[in-house]
Design a protein around this ligand. Structure first.
Ligand SMILES: *Cc1c(COP(=O)(O)O)cnc(C)c1O
Length: 363
């Protein structure tokens, strides 16, 4: 059996690292959850044991994010990508318009799916700066009759993040897959927030949707029932068998976050991790990050080496000292360090020390 001594620093963008205390607790509870003689995986989703797990998870998430009373929280399957399609089905008719802000790969995917189901207007697109800077909101071409404005607060691949919430007359719809729970947010500014769990929440197989109640009940004719947010809300996300194990682990992550001091503390830690890593990159003549400073992501830090011919060597040697999954996304190359809540400052410091040593030897 491995022990915690075998743990590496995992910089994967997703599925990503999960806090060790959460894994240890899951291990301790694996075969016999709270004396019921069964694993959570074996519990009926409608039984009182799992219901207590589900309710606690939602209550803790509400507490962490300070979710106002007029919002429903859904625990769904299909990942964030299924929501790309579910959102137009729930919020608009086929002839309606919705605005999309394009800042990188994920917002492009959301737009491509949206286009299949309604009249999607590109309100802004940062293609001309190769998605290294968020377009000035003053120049966005918003439609007066948009059913919603969709944007991606953190572009996981490009490492571009909004450090502000845009103002728009239409309900704001935000794909927070790689930034939810990284800091406090004002949920009341949003019509709908969604996130796949495997970045900063828990295991793959779960997506969380936080939706303003008054936006429910607008689903168009022909919406599949599993994609209908009102149906899911009315059935407490249990129209069918929900992803019980992923829901349970997410609940343990929420408890861990509360024990750490909540999202204000996460913000403090995440800001410091990001600042130290970007500083090290900027101070070196060997590493570079192309993103405009005011829109750099706190969660995903892409960087390149002065000589891409050294990429393979960098990855191999990093692995040798327990720094894993640093390979950049195949669409951009280079490196990417994802430093979600589960990555401690020590992991970032170890990466910075390794980078300096690698530069000294090869730069
Ligand atoms: C990972 C990711 C997705 C896709 O998530 P799935 O759960 O795999 O569908 C969508 N948007 C963003 C911003 C992501 O980081």
């Amino acid at each position: 059996m491995g022990t915690s001594m075998d743990r590496v620093f995992n910089f994967s963008a997703g599925p990503a690292a999960i806090p060790l205390p959460v894994l240890e607790r899951a291990r301790d509870e694996l075969v016999d959850w709270h004396g019921c003689g069964m694993s959570v995986m074996e519990l009926s989703h409608r039984g009182k044991e799992f219901m207590s797990i589900a309710e606690r998870a939602e209550a803790d998430l509400r507490g962490l994010l300070d979710i106002p009373a007029g919002y429903r929280v859904l625990f769904l399957q299909g990942g964030a990508s299924a929501q790309f399609g579910a959102i137009p089905f729930n919020l608009a008719g086929p002839q309606d318009k919705a605005d999309y802000v394009v800042t990188g790969s994920w917002s492009k995917k959301a737009l491509a799916e949206g286009r299949r189901f309604l009249r999607a207007n590109v309100a802004a697109d940062s293609a001309e700066n190769r998605h290294t800077e968020i377009p000035d909101p003053a120049a966005w071409q918003l439609s007066p009759d948009a059913a919603y404005l969709h944007y991606t607060p953190n572009e996981t691949i490009g490492g571009v993040e909004f450090h502000f919430v845009p103002a728009a007359p239409a309900p704001l719809v935000a794909d927070m897959s790689s930034t939810l729970l990284s800091r406090p947010i004002d949920v009341s500014r949003f019509g709908l927030i969604y996130a796949g769990a495997q970045k900063n929440i828990g295991p793959a197989g779960l997506a969380i949707v936080i939706v303003r109640e008054e936006l429910l009940g607008r689903a168009r004719e022909g919406t599949p029932v599993m994609m209908d947010y009102r149906e899911q809300a009315q059935n407490d996300s249990m129209l069918n068998t929900p992803p019980t194990w992923a829901w349970y682990i997410a609940g343990l992550v929420f408890e861990w976050l509360l024990e750490q001091g909540g999202l204000a503390e996460m913000e403090r830690r995440n800001r410091r991790k990001a600042e130290t890593l970007y500083q090290a990159i900027d101070d070196s003549g060997f590493y570079a990050n192309p993103v405009a400073k005011h829109c750099r992501s706190w969660m995903n830090v892409p960087f390149t080496l002065a000589d891409p011919g050294l990429d393979a060597k960098f990855l191999e040697q990093a692995k040798g000292v327990g720094l894993l999954s640093l390979k950049g996304h195949r669409s951009v190359g280079g490196m990417r360090a994802s430093i979600y809540n589960a990555m401690p400052q020590e992991g970032v410091d170890a990466l910075i020390a390794f980078m300096a040593e690698f530069e000294r030897r090869h730069g």
